[in-house]
Design a binder for this molecule. Structure first.
Ligand SMILES: Nc1ncnc2c1ncn2[C@@H]1O[C@H](COP(=O)(O)OP(=O)(O)OP(=O)(O)O)[C@@H](O)[C@H]1O
Length: 395
């Protein structure tokens, strides 16, 4: 839902986009942000990532005016943030910090109610509070009257998230909200935020140190180094083509392999994939197999469309017959499109057969094949369910 449709009463806003235009900022003459140009499109989650001191938090705080740039502009929906009345910002921009940033003297429900009231919401507050607590996985009957000191770190964080999203602000800023949490709570809250963002259509700017978190949650990852953006791209692009040595180090060597949803069939496809036409003789097929040291050949039409495959075992039985291979062509069990992810291939349990996997384009033209050994090697490098990897090795 757009700002206009929500009728926030702060002008004719129709898109919830954040823009930084050539923003610079220095603390006591020490440059912290050096010419930042960044657009966070409507409804996207952008993760700001970078080493400690690279300027992430400072950049984030420019949006809700906790800092002001020395030069350049910060725009929300094309309007400088300085035009938005400070008093209305809480209803317009949600803000979550580490440990939730709750008011300690207010209960969970009072913390959320205050955010709703500041945003000018007056109706059905109690129902809204309970709904929000439930959305972040807290039981209102147990937690609504608890004070922050009576909640665990993860629960405080959940209340903080509920409070930020409760007024349905079009923009949510999150500053390392999960860094103090154990991995299980962390994952569950990461999923909760992505769910809330999708459900309410929010634009989220999210500061993190953790590349796994960024990959899991973000539509775009913006890497900061020393006050400059060195790369701003989709997680897949960052993993496959890190722009600088610094980004590469930040990602770590194995990160791509740990994200099988980002690896595509075409990247595993062997360049050399011998094929044969269906009118060729059995002898020719066997000769080709011998030359390429393979036990199977894909059969393709003159237009390179995949028709099936032949195996050496089947053909040897017909060796003395002066016939074409046409009658020995069998269907290909495993066919994937070039963009199919490795994760999807594992879900289809393609590791169970030792036949090569055919990779085709949208017109079913054969592009190449993925060897069984390549598939298994990938599985052993990836963090896939152990059972899957083991049964693959046994196949
Ligand atoms: N109020 C301030 N006064 C002076 N210097 C500051 C102030 N706030 C931040 N800095 C400096 O600005 C630089 C960037 O700080 P910032 O908090 O934006 O970095 P960050 O990337 O978010 O770091 P971290 O990951 O450690 O939170 C740091 O060198 C910090 O010391």
């Amino acid at each position: 839902m757009t700002g206009l449709q929500q009728g926030r009463g702060i002008g004719l806003i129709s898109v919830d986009m954040i823009e930084f235009r050539n923003v610079t900022l220095a603390y006591r003459d020490r440059p912290v942000l050096r010419g930042i140009d960044l657009t966070v499109p409507d409804r996207e989650l952008c993760a700001l990532i970078g080493a400690s001191g690279s300027g992430k938090t400072t950049l984030l705080k420019l949006v809700n005016r906790l800092h002001a740039p020395d030069s350049g502009e910060v725009l929300v929906d094309g309007r400088p943030v300085t035009e938005f009345p400070l008093a209305r910002l809480p209803g317009f921009i949600g803000y979550v910090v580490q440990e939730g940033g709750l008011f300690p003297h207010l209960s969970a429900s009072e913390n959320i109610r205050l955010a709703l009231e500041l945003a000018g919401k007056t109706e059905a507050l109690e129902r809204r509070i309970d709904e929000m607590l439930e959305l972040v996985g807290l039981d209102p009957a147990i937690h609504r009257d608890a004070y922050p000191a009576e909640l665990s770190g993860g629960q405080r964080q959940r209340v903080g998230i509920a409070r930020a999203f409760a007024p349905e602000p079009p923009i949510v800023l999150m500053d390392e909200p999960f860094s103090a949490l154990d991995p299980v709570t962390r994952t569950s809250l990461q999923d909760a935020v992505v769910r809330l963002k999708e459900a309410f259509g929010k634009t989220v700017l999210f500061v993190t140190h953790d590349m796994d978190e960024a990959i899991r949650m973000a539509d775009r990852i913006c890497v900061l180094e020393n006050g400059r953006i060195v790369q701003n791209a989709a997680p897949e692009e960052i993993l496959k083509h890190p722009a600088t040595a610094g980004v590469r180090r930040f990602i770590g060597k194995e990160k791509l392999w740990q994200n099988p949803d980002l690896i595509r069939a075409e990247e595993l496809t062997a360049a050399e994939c011998p094929t044969i036409r269906p009118d060729r003789s059995v002898r020719e097929a066997l000769r080709t197999m011998k030359a390429f040291e393979t036990e199977t050949l894909f059969v393709v039409s003159d237009e390179e469309r995949l028709l099936g495959r032949v195996t050496a075992k089947d053909l040897r039985a017909r060796f003395f017959l002066p016939t074409s291979i046409a009658r020995s062509v069998r269907p290909v069990e495993a066919v994937v499109e070039r963009s199919t992810t490795f994760e999807a291939m594992v879900e289809r349990e393609l590791y169970r057969s030792d036949a090569p996997i055919a990779v085709v384009d949208a017109d079913e033209k054969l592009l190449g094949s993925i060897e069984h050994a390549t598939f298994l090697a990938m599985m052993s490098r990836s963090v896939l369910p152990k059972g899957a990897a083991q049964s693959g090795e046994a196949a």
